[in-house]
Design a protein around this ligand. Sequence first.
Ligand SMILES: Nc1ncnc2c1ncn2[C@@H]1O[C@H](COP(=O)(O)OP(=O)(O)OP(=O)(O)O)[C@@H](O)[C@H]1O
Ligand SMILES: [Mg+2]
Length: 294
Amino acid sequence: MTPNILEVQNLHFHYPDGSKALQGINMLINENSKVALLGPNGAGKSTLFLHLNALLKPCAGKIRYKGADFEYHKAFLKSLKKRVGIVFQNPDHQIFSASVKQDISFGLFNLGYSATEAGARVEEVGEKLNICELFDKPTHFLSVGQKKMVALAGVVVMQPEILICDEPNAGLDPGNYKILMNSLDTLYREGCTVIISTHDVDFAYSWADTIFILDQGRILKQGTFDQVFKDRRILEQAKLKPPWVFETWEKMIDNGMVSNILPAPRSQEQLYNMMSDRRIMKRTTPKIIEYQNV
Ligand SMILES: Nc1ncnc2c1ncn2[C@@H]1O[C@H](COP(=O)(O)OP(=O)(O)OP(=O)(O)O)[C@@H](O)[C@H]1O
Ligand SMILES: [Mg+2]
């Protein structure tokens, strides 16, 4: 059995006006992994995502789901859409029902769920995402951040095997950011493969198992958090900043404060814990103690 839930082979796509959005993308996505796509505006992230859910058909190349080639007829697409859910970058492209509750349950009714079953699933997702208080609100009155949470709920409620989120954290306040991140982690723990695009390098660094950097429709680099972010040349090419935790860690190594054989911290909390651990810190801790004793 292949561990790759999705395989993308030499994918090319241009829009009708001739814009070359994808120029030979190759990707392997492991089942039950956390994947982040980074890249500047116009790199092709959204276009690639629309292919992974078969909303766009490639001009050349192919995509496989669990080893089976994507086909573009009605039966295949229907079954694919049950398994691969996508949350669009712009929630206005996703939300179209009059009320929030209707919108979240729309897909379930389409699949033939009874009102009772659909109602229970919607309540559960509403609680998970903390949006139950919005249920009876007309969707056109929602704020942008609220719309993003509702759009996410409409996909999560379908319990997809693969969840694709196009810039899920953009425009969210810290509270909703945390809820969203916890939800992505819960889905992952439940076996879902979660693929996101983001401009938030700090988030990608601490969250993703695999990171892809895209630019001009091509993959510049792929790998684990440390493989990708230590390649400063590629980061510059893709106009990305290094994550601050990783950059601080590298500076500490350069200054001889910590050994370069230790694994890099993945979060602010891990970095601060390491900084206060005297077994890890080489020079600074004794110095601080000396100063305190003066
Ligand atoms: N409908 C369209 N018609 C013509 N060109 C398009 C269309 N949609 C996207 N493009 C072009 O395709 C390229 C890739 O766009 P895409 O939206 O996939 O980038 P992105 O990486 O998602 O960018 P962003 O970070 O701004 O969301 C860009 O050059 C863009 O101008
Ligand atoms: Mg985009």
